[in-house]
Ligand binder design. Sequence first.
Ligand code: GDP
Ligand code: MG
Length: 441
Amino acid sequence: NLSEKLQEVFKQLKGKGRLTEADVKAAMREVKIALLEADVNFKIVKSFIKTVTERAIGTEVLEGLNPGQQVIKIVNEELIALMGTTQSRLTFANRPPTVYMMVGLQGAGKTTSSGKLAGQLRKQGRNPLLVACDVYRPAAIKQLQVVGKNYNIPVFEMGDQLSPVEISKKALEYAAENRNDVILIDTAGRLHINEELMQELQDIKAAVKPQEILLVVDAMTGQDAVTVAESFDSQLGVDGIILTKLDGDARGGAALSVRSVTNKPIKYIGMGEKMEDLEPFYPDRMASRILGMGDVLSLIDKVQQNIDEKEALEMQKKMVSNEFTLEDFLSQMQQIKKMGPLKDLMGMLPGMGKFNLDEALKGVDPAKEMARTEAIIQSMTKEERRNPSILNGPRKKRIANGSGRSIAEVNRLLKQFEEMKKMMKQMNNMQKGKKGKLPFF
Ligand code: GDP
Ligand code: MG
Protein backbone atom coordinates (compact mmCIF):
# COMPACT_ATOMS: atom_id res chain seq x y z
CA ASN A 1 0.00 0.00 0.00
CA LEU A 2 0.88 3.66 -0.23
CA SER A 3 2.24 3.96 3.28
CA GLU A 4 4.65 1.06 2.78
CA LYS A 5 5.82 2.43 -0.56
CA LEU A 6 6.65 5.77 1.00
CA GLN A 7 8.54 4.14 3.84
CA GLU A 8 10.53 2.26 1.20
CA VAL A 9 11.42 5.43 -0.70
CA PHE A 10 12.76 7.09 2.41
CA LYS A 11 14.53 4.16 3.93
CA GLN A 12 17.97 5.42 2.97
CA LEU A 13 17.32 8.92 4.21
CA LYS A 14 17.05 8.21 7.90
CA GLY A 15 18.28 10.92 10.19
CA LYS A 16 18.08 13.92 7.90
CA GLY A 17 16.83 17.08 9.55
CA ARG A 18 14.73 18.56 6.78
CA LEU A 19 12.82 17.20 3.80
CA THR A 20 14.72 18.16 0.67
CA GLU A 21 13.15 18.86 -2.66
CA ALA A 22 14.60 15.68 -4.14
CA ASP A 23 13.26 13.57 -1.28
CA VAL A 24 9.80 15.01 -1.63
CA LYS A 25 9.70 14.68 -5.41
CA ALA A 26 10.63 11.01 -5.17
CA ALA A 27 7.91 10.38 -2.65
CA MET A 28 5.34 12.30 -4.67
CA ARG A 29 5.88 10.01 -7.64
CA GLU A 30 4.70 7.13 -5.47
CA VAL A 31 1.78 9.10 -4.09
CA LYS A 32 0.68 10.03 -7.58
CA ILE A 33 0.75 6.44 -8.83
CA ALA A 34 -1.09 5.21 -5.78
CA LEU A 35 -3.85 7.81 -6.08
CA LEU A 36 -4.33 7.18 -9.78
CA GLU A 37 -4.49 3.46 -9.06
CA ALA A 38 -7.17 4.26 -6.49
CA ASP A 39 -9.15 5.84 -9.35
CA VAL A 40 -8.87 9.39 -8.09
CA ASN A 41 -9.65 12.04 -10.69
CA PHE A 42 -6.46 13.16 -12.48
CA LYS A 43 -7.02 16.87 -11.89
CA ILE A 44 -7.45 16.27 -8.21
CA VAL A 45 -4.30 14.18 -8.04
CA LYS A 46 -2.38 16.98 -9.69
CA SER A 47 -3.50 19.70 -7.34
CA PHE A 48 -3.12 17.40 -4.36
CA ILE A 49 0.51 16.63 -5.25
CA LYS A 50 1.17 20.33 -5.63
CA THR A 51 -0.24 21.15 -2.20
CA VAL A 52 1.63 18.38 -0.47
CA THR A 53 4.90 19.20 -2.24
CA GLU A 54 4.71 22.85 -1.27
CA ARG A 55 4.01 21.95 2.31
CA ALA A 56 6.61 19.22 2.55
CA ILE A 57 9.72 20.78 1.04
CA GLY A 58 11.83 22.25 3.80
CA THR A 59 9.67 20.86 6.57
CA GLU A 60 11.54 19.94 9.69
CA VAL A 61 11.29 16.22 10.33
CA LEU A 62 9.70 15.78 13.74
CA GLU A 63 11.77 14.10 16.35
CA GLY A 64 10.96 10.43 16.49
CA LEU A 65 9.83 10.28 12.88
CA ASN A 66 11.88 9.43 9.83
CA PRO A 67 11.44 11.45 6.64
CA GLY A 68 9.11 8.86 5.11
CA GLN A 69 6.88 8.99 8.13
CA GLN A 70 6.94 12.77 8.07
CA VAL A 71 5.67 12.75 4.48
CA ILE A 72 2.99 10.23 5.38
CA LYS A 73 1.88 12.58 8.13
CA ILE A 74 1.52 15.45 5.68
CA VAL A 75 -0.19 13.30 3.03
CA ASN A 76 -2.61 12.02 5.63
CA GLU A 77 -3.49 15.51 6.84
CA GLU A 78 -4.04 16.76 3.30
CA LEU A 79 -6.19 13.75 2.40
CA ILE A 80 -8.38 14.53 5.39
CA ALA A 81 -8.61 18.17 4.34
CA LEU A 82 -9.59 17.09 0.83
CA MET A 83 -12.48 15.05 2.17
CA GLY A 84 -13.88 17.77 4.36
CA THR A 85 -12.00 17.57 7.67
CA THR A 86 -15.00 16.93 9.89
CA GLN A 87 -17.98 14.65 9.92
CA SER A 88 -21.12 16.21 8.43
CA ARG A 89 -24.40 15.36 10.05
CA LEU A 90 -27.89 15.45 8.65
CA THR A 91 -29.76 18.62 9.46
CA PHE A 92 -33.36 18.75 10.62
CA ALA A 93 -36.06 21.30 9.85
CA ASN A 94 -36.79 23.84 12.57
CA ARG A 95 -40.43 22.95 12.26
CA PRO A 96 -41.23 19.32 11.43
CA PRO A 97 -41.60 17.52 9.18
CA THR A 98 -38.08 17.26 7.86
CA VAL A 99 -38.16 16.19 4.22
CA TYR A 100 -35.22 14.43 2.60
CA MET A 101 -35.22 13.80 -1.13
CA MET A 102 -33.17 10.80 -2.18
CA VAL A 103 -31.91 11.25 -5.73
CA GLY A 104 -29.48 9.47 -8.01
CA LEU A 105 -29.15 7.15 -10.97
CA GLN A 106 -30.87 3.79 -11.20
CA GLY A 107 -29.19 1.15 -9.08
CA ALA A 108 -27.15 3.61 -7.03
CA GLY A 109 -28.82 2.51 -3.82
CA LYS A 110 -31.57 5.09 -3.22
CA THR A 111 -34.28 2.69 -2.14
CA THR A 112 -32.15 0.56 0.15
CA SER A 113 -30.39 3.60 1.65
CA SER A 114 -33.77 5.28 2.28
CA GLY A 115 -34.80 2.24 4.25
CA LYS A 116 -31.58 2.04 6.24
CA LEU A 117 -31.68 5.73 7.03
CA ALA A 118 -35.34 5.57 8.08
CA GLY A 119 -34.49 2.64 10.33
CA GLN A 120 -31.67 4.55 11.97
CA LEU A 121 -33.79 7.67 12.44
CA ARG A 122 -36.44 5.55 14.08
CA LYS A 123 -33.82 4.25 16.49
CA GLN A 124 -33.00 7.86 17.34
CA GLY A 125 -36.58 8.37 18.41
CA ARG A 126 -38.04 9.88 15.24
CA ASN A 127 -41.12 8.76 13.37
CA PRO A 128 -40.16 8.45 9.71
CA LEU A 129 -42.30 7.90 6.61
CA LEU A 130 -41.01 6.42 3.36
CA VAL A 131 -42.59 7.73 0.16
CA ALA A 132 -42.61 5.73 -3.08
CA CYS A 133 -42.09 8.11 -6.00
CA ASP A 134 -40.47 5.71 -8.43
CA VAL A 135 -43.57 5.12 -10.54
CA TYR A 136 -41.85 3.93 -13.68
CA ARG A 137 -40.76 0.47 -12.70
CA PRO A 138 -43.56 -1.74 -11.34
CA ALA A 139 -41.15 -3.52 -8.99
CA ALA A 140 -39.89 -0.29 -7.43
CA ILE A 141 -42.88 0.38 -5.19
CA LYS A 142 -42.96 -3.23 -4.10
CA GLN A 143 -39.24 -3.04 -3.25
CA LEU A 144 -39.76 -0.03 -1.01
CA GLN A 145 -42.66 -1.80 0.69
CA VAL A 146 -40.45 -4.78 1.43
CA VAL A 147 -37.74 -2.50 2.79
CA GLY A 148 -40.32 -0.68 4.93
CA LYS A 149 -41.68 -3.95 6.25
CA ASN A 150 -38.18 -5.14 7.17
CA TYR A 151 -37.53 -2.09 9.31
CA ASN A 152 -41.12 -1.64 10.38
CA ILE A 153 -41.41 1.80 8.75
CA PRO A 154 -44.66 2.95 7.11
CA VAL A 155 -44.55 3.38 3.32
CA PHE A 156 -46.75 5.88 1.51
CA GLU A 157 -47.57 4.86 -2.05
CA MET A 158 -50.26 5.62 -4.61
CA GLY A 159 -49.31 3.19 -7.32
CA ASP A 160 -48.37 4.69 -10.66
CA GLN A 161 -51.56 6.60 -11.45
CA LEU A 162 -50.42 9.98 -10.15
CA SER A 163 -47.26 11.90 -10.93
CA PRO A 164 -44.37 11.84 -8.45
CA VAL A 165 -45.10 15.50 -7.65
CA GLU A 166 -48.74 14.73 -6.78
CA ILE A 167 -47.70 11.73 -4.74
CA SER A 168 -45.17 13.67 -2.71
CA LYS A 169 -47.72 16.43 -2.01
CA LYS A 170 -50.21 13.86 -0.78
CA ALA A 171 -47.45 12.26 1.29
CA LEU A 172 -46.94 15.54 3.14
CA GLU A 173 -50.64 15.62 4.03
CA TYR A 174 -50.52 12.01 5.12
CA ALA A 175 -47.46 12.71 7.29
CA ALA A 176 -49.19 15.64 8.99
CA GLU A 177 -52.17 13.44 9.87
CA ASN A 178 -49.99 10.62 11.11
CA ARG A 179 -47.41 12.70 12.95
CA ASN A 180 -44.48 11.59 10.85
CA ASP A 181 -41.68 14.03 11.61
CA VAL A 182 -39.26 12.81 8.94
CA ILE A 183 -40.21 12.10 5.33
CA LEU A 184 -37.87 10.27 3.00
CA ILE A 185 -38.83 10.56 -0.65
CA ASP A 186 -37.51 7.69 -2.74
CA THR A 187 -37.40 9.15 -6.24
CA ALA A 188 -36.94 7.37 -9.55
CA GLY A 189 -33.55 7.19 -11.17
CA ARG A 190 -32.63 6.70 -14.80
CA LEU A 191 -29.77 4.85 -16.39
CA HIS A 192 -28.28 8.17 -17.42
CA ILE A 193 -28.88 11.76 -16.52
CA ASN A 194 -31.44 13.35 -18.83
CA GLU A 195 -33.77 16.32 -19.10
CA GLU A 196 -36.84 14.39 -18.07
CA LEU A 197 -35.26 13.14 -14.84
CA MET A 198 -33.95 16.55 -13.85
CA GLN A 199 -37.27 18.24 -14.63
CA GLU A 200 -39.13 15.75 -12.49
CA LEU A 201 -36.74 16.18 -9.58
CA GLN A 202 -36.90 19.96 -9.84
CA ASP A 203 -40.70 19.75 -9.73
CA ILE A 204 -40.67 17.55 -6.64
CA LYS A 205 -38.16 19.86 -5.03
CA ALA A 206 -40.39 22.87 -5.67
CA ALA A 207 -43.42 21.02 -4.31
CA VAL A 208 -41.96 19.64 -1.08
CA LYS A 209 -39.16 22.12 -0.28
CA PRO A 210 -36.85 19.47 1.10
CA GLN A 211 -34.56 20.14 4.04
CA GLU A 212 -31.88 18.20 2.20
CA ILE A 213 -31.44 16.66 -1.20
CA LEU A 214 -29.28 13.61 -0.67
CA LEU A 215 -27.48 12.37 -3.74
CA VAL A 216 -26.86 8.63 -3.72
CA VAL A 217 -23.85 7.57 -5.78
CA ASP A 218 -22.30 4.19 -6.40
CA ALA A 219 -18.62 4.19 -5.36
CA MET A 220 -17.88 1.33 -7.71
CA THR A 221 -18.51 3.56 -10.71
CA GLY A 222 -15.34 5.48 -9.80
CA GLN A 223 -14.80 8.43 -12.13
CA ASP A 224 -18.40 8.31 -13.37
CA ALA A 225 -19.54 9.02 -9.84
CA VAL A 226 -17.81 12.38 -10.10
CA THR A 227 -19.55 13.31 -13.36
CA VAL A 228 -22.91 12.27 -11.95
CA ALA A 229 -22.39 14.27 -8.77
CA GLU A 230 -21.37 17.34 -10.74
CA SER A 231 -24.48 17.22 -12.97
CA PHE A 232 -26.92 16.66 -10.13
CA ASP A 233 -25.39 19.44 -8.13
CA SER A 234 -25.37 21.97 -10.94
CA GLN A 235 -28.87 21.14 -12.22
CA LEU A 236 -30.71 20.38 -9.00
CA GLY A 237 -28.54 21.40 -6.07
CA VAL A 238 -27.32 18.78 -3.66
CA ASP A 239 -26.91 19.12 0.12
CA GLY A 240 -25.15 15.91 0.92
CA ILE A 241 -23.84 12.75 -0.65
CA ILE A 242 -24.40 9.14 0.25
CA LEU A 243 -21.64 7.01 -1.22
CA THR A 244 -22.80 3.40 -1.50
CA LYS A 245 -21.10 0.08 -2.18
CA LEU A 246 -17.79 1.10 -0.67
CA ASP A 247 -17.61 -2.46 0.61
CA GLY A 248 -17.04 -3.48 -2.99
CA ASP A 249 -14.52 -0.75 -3.78
CA ALA A 250 -11.19 -1.31 -2.11
CA ARG A 251 -9.67 1.75 -3.79
CA GLY A 252 -11.78 4.47 -2.25
CA GLY A 253 -10.91 6.97 -4.97
CA ALA A 254 -14.50 8.05 -5.54
CA ALA A 255 -14.74 9.38 -2.00
CA LEU A 256 -11.84 11.72 -2.61
CA SER A 257 -12.97 12.89 -6.01
CA VAL A 258 -16.68 13.37 -5.39
CA ARG A 259 -16.12 15.51 -2.36
CA SER A 260 -13.47 17.76 -3.80
CA VAL A 261 -15.18 18.28 -7.17
CA THR A 262 -18.62 19.14 -5.79
CA ASN A 263 -17.48 20.56 -2.49
CA LYS A 264 -20.55 18.93 -0.97
CA PRO A 265 -20.12 16.80 2.15
CA ILE A 266 -20.33 13.05 2.07
CA LYS A 267 -22.74 12.33 4.89
CA TYR A 268 -22.98 8.56 4.79
CA ILE A 269 -21.19 5.64 3.25
CA GLY A 270 -22.75 2.30 2.37
CA MET A 271 -20.69 -0.65 3.52
CA GLY A 272 -23.15 -3.47 2.90
CA GLU A 273 -26.72 -4.63 3.03
CA LYS A 274 -27.61 -4.29 6.72
CA MET A 275 -29.07 -1.23 8.39
CA GLU A 276 -25.89 -0.49 10.36
CA ASP A 277 -23.88 -0.77 7.17
CA LEU A 278 -24.98 2.74 6.27
CA GLU A 279 -22.34 4.54 8.32
CA PRO A 280 -21.58 8.20 9.00
CA PHE A 281 -18.62 9.34 6.91
CA TYR A 282 -15.43 10.24 8.75
CA PRO A 283 -12.75 11.88 6.55
CA ASP A 284 -9.91 10.76 8.82
CA ARG A 285 -10.96 7.12 8.67
CA MET A 286 -11.23 7.24 4.90
CA ALA A 287 -7.77 8.80 4.68
CA SER A 288 -6.33 5.99 6.78
CA ARG A 289 -8.07 3.52 4.56
CA ILE A 290 -6.60 5.02 1.40
CA LEU A 291 -3.16 5.30 2.93
CA GLY A 292 -3.36 1.86 4.46
CA MET A 293 -2.09 3.09 7.80
CA GLY A 294 -2.85 1.47 11.11
CA ASP A 295 0.63 0.88 12.39
CA VAL A 296 2.21 2.22 15.51
CA LEU A 297 3.35 5.35 13.72
CA SER A 298 -0.16 6.52 13.06
CA LEU A 299 -0.99 5.79 16.63
CA ILE A 300 1.82 7.88 18.05
CA ASP A 301 1.10 10.56 15.52
CA LYS A 302 -2.53 10.73 16.44
CA VAL A 303 -1.69 10.85 20.09
CA GLN A 304 0.41 13.93 19.41
CA GLN A 305 -2.15 15.52 17.13
CA ASN A 306 -5.33 15.01 18.96
CA ILE A 307 -4.71 15.59 22.58
CA ASP A 308 -5.29 19.25 22.47
CA GLU A 309 -3.40 20.36 25.52
CA LYS A 310 -5.62 23.29 26.26
CA GLU A 311 -8.69 21.13 26.23
CA ALA A 312 -7.02 18.62 28.51
CA LEU A 313 -6.16 21.32 31.01
CA GLU A 314 -9.67 22.67 30.99
CA MET A 315 -11.03 19.20 31.55
CA GLN A 316 -8.71 18.72 34.48
CA LYS A 317 -9.91 21.94 36.04
CA LYS A 318 -13.50 20.84 35.63
CA MET A 319 -12.85 17.47 37.20
CA VAL A 320 -11.28 19.05 40.24
CA SER A 321 -13.97 21.67 40.64
CA ASN A 322 -16.73 19.09 40.53
CA GLU A 323 -18.33 20.54 37.39
CA PHE A 324 -17.67 17.50 35.31
CA THR A 325 -20.84 16.53 33.40
CA LEU A 326 -21.87 13.63 31.21
CA GLU A 327 -21.26 15.94 28.27
CA ASP A 328 -17.61 16.37 29.28
CA PHE A 329 -17.41 12.63 29.76
CA LEU A 330 -18.66 12.13 26.20
CA SER A 331 -16.19 14.56 24.65
CA GLN A 332 -13.40 12.95 26.63
CA MET A 333 -14.33 9.58 25.23
CA GLN A 334 -14.38 11.01 21.73
CA GLN A 335 -10.89 12.40 22.25
CA ILE A 336 -9.65 8.99 23.27
CA LYS A 337 -11.32 7.38 20.29
CA LYS A 338 -9.58 9.72 17.87
CA MET A 339 -6.28 8.29 19.01
CA GLY A 340 -7.01 4.98 17.37
CA PRO A 341 -8.08 1.48 18.30
CA LEU A 342 -8.38 1.38 22.07
CA LYS A 343 -6.82 -2.04 22.29
CA ASP A 344 -3.72 -0.82 20.48
CA LEU A 345 -3.45 2.17 22.76
CA MET A 346 -3.69 0.00 25.83
CA GLY A 347 -1.10 -2.31 24.34
CA MET A 348 1.32 0.59 24.26
CA LEU A 349 1.16 1.09 28.00
CA PRO A 350 4.23 -0.22 29.77
CA GLY A 351 3.81 -3.77 31.00
CA MET A 352 0.78 -4.28 28.79
CA GLY A 353 1.99 -6.57 26.07
CA LYS A 354 -0.59 -8.06 23.79
CA PHE A 355 -0.66 -11.24 25.83
CA ASN A 356 -1.18 -9.47 29.16
CA LEU A 357 -3.84 -7.32 27.59
CA ASP A 358 -5.92 -10.22 26.31
CA GLU A 359 -5.62 -11.77 29.73
CA ALA A 360 -6.70 -8.60 31.50
CA LEU A 361 -9.68 -7.89 29.28
CA LYS A 362 -11.08 -11.42 29.48
CA GLY A 363 -13.05 -11.15 26.28
CA VAL A 364 -14.35 -7.63 26.91
CA ASP A 365 -13.93 -5.39 23.87
CA PRO A 366 -13.18 -1.91 25.26
CA ALA A 367 -14.11 -0.23 21.98
CA LYS A 368 -17.53 -1.84 22.04
CA GLU A 369 -18.07 -0.91 25.66
CA MET A 370 -17.17 2.66 24.88
CA ALA A 371 -19.44 2.77 21.82
CA ARG A 372 -22.35 1.64 24.01
CA THR A 373 -21.67 4.27 26.62
CA GLU A 374 -21.36 6.86 23.89
CA ALA A 375 -24.66 5.83 22.29
CA ILE A 376 -26.44 6.17 25.61
CA ILE A 377 -25.07 9.65 26.30
CA GLN A 378 -25.76 10.75 22.75
CA SER A 379 -29.40 9.82 23.17
CA MET A 380 -29.69 12.28 26.06
CA THR A 381 -30.64 15.90 25.64
CA LYS A 382 -28.08 18.58 26.51
CA GLU A 383 -29.94 19.33 29.69
CA GLU A 384 -29.97 15.70 30.75
CA ARG A 385 -26.23 15.44 30.17
CA ARG A 386 -25.59 18.42 32.37
CA ASN A 387 -28.04 17.44 35.04
CA PRO A 388 -28.63 13.67 35.15
CA SER A 389 -30.76 14.01 38.28
CA ILE A 390 -33.74 14.89 36.06
CA LEU A 391 -33.63 11.44 34.51
CA ASN A 392 -36.92 9.83 35.53
CA GLY A 393 -38.45 6.58 34.28
CA PRO A 394 -39.90 7.82 30.97
CA ARG A 395 -36.72 9.73 30.12
CA LYS A 396 -34.59 6.68 30.82
CA LYS A 397 -36.88 4.60 28.67
CA ARG A 398 -36.59 7.08 25.81
CA ILE A 399 -32.80 7.06 26.12
CA ALA A 400 -32.69 3.27 26.21
CA ASN A 401 -34.82 3.12 23.05
CA GLY A 402 -32.83 5.80 21.32
CA SER A 403 -29.51 4.11 21.95
CA GLY A 404 -30.71 0.56 21.49
CA ARG A 405 -29.55 -0.35 25.00
CA SER A 406 -31.55 -1.54 28.00
CA ILE A 407 -32.75 0.63 30.88
CA ALA A 408 -30.51 -1.41 33.16
CA GLU A 409 -27.52 -0.36 31.09
CA VAL A 410 -28.57 3.29 31.29
CA ASN A 411 -28.81 2.96 35.06
CA ARG A 412 -25.43 1.26 35.25
CA LEU A 413 -23.80 4.04 33.32
CA LEU A 414 -25.34 6.69 35.58
CA LYS A 415 -24.14 4.83 38.64
CA GLN A 416 -20.63 4.50 37.27
CA PHE A 417 -20.59 8.17 36.43
CA GLU A 418 -21.67 9.14 39.96
CA GLU A 419 -18.96 6.91 41.40
CA MET A 420 -16.40 8.48 39.15
CA LYS A 421 -17.42 11.94 40.29
CA LYS A 422 -17.26 10.88 43.90
CA MET A 423 -13.76 9.57 43.35
CA MET A 424 -12.69 12.82 41.72
CA LYS A 425 -14.06 14.75 44.66
CA GLN A 426 -12.21 12.58 47.13
CA MET A 427 -8.97 13.00 45.25
CA ASN A 428 -9.56 16.70 45.20
CA ASN A 429 -10.18 16.83 48.96
CA MET A 430 -7.11 14.76 49.61
CA GLN A 431 -5.04 17.18 47.61
CA LYS A 432 -6.43 20.13 49.51
CA GLY A 433 -5.73 18.43 52.84
CA LYS A 434 -2.10 18.04 51.94
CA LYS A 435 -1.84 21.72 51.08
CA GLY A 436 -1.55 21.30 47.38
CA LYS A 437 0.62 18.26 47.49
CA LEU A 438 -0.41 15.12 45.68
CA PRO A 439 -0.96 12.19 48.04
CA PHE A 440 1.73 10.16 46.31
CA PHE A 441 4.68 12.31 47.26
P1 GDP B 1 -31.90 2.44 -6.48
O1 GDP B 1 -32.21 2.04 -7.88
O2 GDP B 1 -31.05 3.67 -6.45
O3 GDP B 1 -33.09 2.58 -5.62
O4 GDP B 1 -30.96 1.27 -5.87
P2 GDP B 1 -31.34 0.15 -4.83
O5 GDP B 1 -31.55 0.72 -3.49
O6 GDP B 1 -32.42 -0.70 -5.38
O7 GDP B 1 -29.96 -0.67 -4.79
C1 GDP B 1 -29.44 -1.35 -5.91
C2 GDP B 1 -28.63 -2.54 -5.43
O8 GDP B 1 -27.47 -2.12 -4.72
C3 GDP B 1 -29.38 -3.42 -4.48
O9 GDP B 1 -29.15 -4.77 -4.79
C4 GDP B 1 -28.80 -3.07 -3.13
O10 GDP B 1 -28.90 -4.14 -2.23
C5 GDP B 1 -27.38 -2.77 -3.48
N1 GDP B 1 -26.72 -1.88 -2.53
C6 GDP B 1 -27.11 -0.65 -2.12
N2 GDP B 1 -26.23 -0.10 -1.24
C7 GDP B 1 -25.23 -1.01 -1.07
C8 GDP B 1 -24.02 -1.04 -0.31
O11 GDP B 1 -23.65 -0.11 0.42
N3 GDP B 1 -23.26 -2.16 -0.41
C9 GDP B 1 -23.63 -3.21 -1.20
N4 GDP B 1 -22.82 -4.26 -1.25
N5 GDP B 1 -24.74 -3.21 -1.93
C10 GDP B 1 -25.56 -2.14 -1.89
MG1 MG C 1 -35.09 2.46 -6.21
